[in-house]
Design a binder for this molecule. Sequence first.
Ligand SMILES: [Zn+2]
Ligand SMILES: [Zn+2]
Length: 367
Amino acid sequence: MIINQPNSEEFQKLAHNCLAQAFNLIFEMDKAIFDFGEKALKEDVWKYSQGRLNTAVVLIHQTIESFMKASICETSPLLLLEGRRKDWPVLPGQDDRDFNDFYSTPAEALLRTYAATTKRSLSPDVVDHVEAIRTLRNRIVHGISRTALTPKKLIEDILDTFLLFEGPDVWWNALLQEFANHPLADAMGIHFGTQLAEFAERLDYVEASVGKAKFDRQFTLNTRARRYICPFCKLQWDAGVGYGRYPYTWAFLDKDSEGGPVVICLNCNIETPVVRKDCWYTACKGSVRFYGEDKDEIFCLTCGQIQYSGTEAEYVARQEQRRLEEQERVEKYLQEMLAKQTVDGQGSLPQSDAKKKRNRKKNESKE
Ligand SMILES: [Zn+2]
Ligand SMILES: [Zn+2]
């Protein structure tokens, strides 16, 4: 028998893994200069990072082959074997041989086997894409490549690969799965939530890289609709970061959902019930709110501000009260610092009341 025959899911998993790695290579390199880098500086960084971008091409190529193999395996993995069938040890009494000991199909034959067996309609776009990546990859692997690669081009190649072989939504889900299945994800505790909320940085990055139209084709959701803050992502981020404003808006409103309006977040894939009500702040044009369990968890999904329930005059008075409390807290903090310095001569940062309260809450919820 031919033992250890691979199956379709294994190749599909491999494909997703390679493509996620290719994306991460590019994103990790490019994000540092993405927001503020001058054009000339960006080009210098890309030139310096050609080796890394070349590796991404090799991974994209491996992904394409894995997608084709996954599809072929649905018919039979034996179609991946090249060589004479008379060498197959399949008759009674013959010794087993491992699948991996046989020669597997060379690239040209792989495309034809894929074309002959795929259940999807095979468009010329797929063939062109496979050929373009194969040529690029061969130049890199077999010689000294003179092709100047840019992150934009490779990000487009990654998106195209997912779209052509598996359709919309798969790209983002594959990245999320890679992230969530990391063996350390559990151990990260509260930081996992923060990192999940910050994962949305990739959506910002990819949309800005490839443009709104191409980005939108990756998803079944209409990403050109009005965008809101996702309550789940924001609360995760608030719990971990604790200050400032959650900067990403990747939730989309579904007014007609059964059981009332919801927002669906592209980043975390979570659906949250919301209320259609104007923002308390007149300067904000937002009209969708989230009502959490806590008073501090009622906020506008446009500006992210907590919604106050009293009148504007009460609000101003309360703000003033808060300002005084803060001032008092700062003074107390400084006094503690001074007292500590005189005791141990060094001084360390005392925890703020808010932080103590948060930690206490966290510990309680763990128990
Ligand atoms: Zn979310
Ligand atoms: Zn608002």
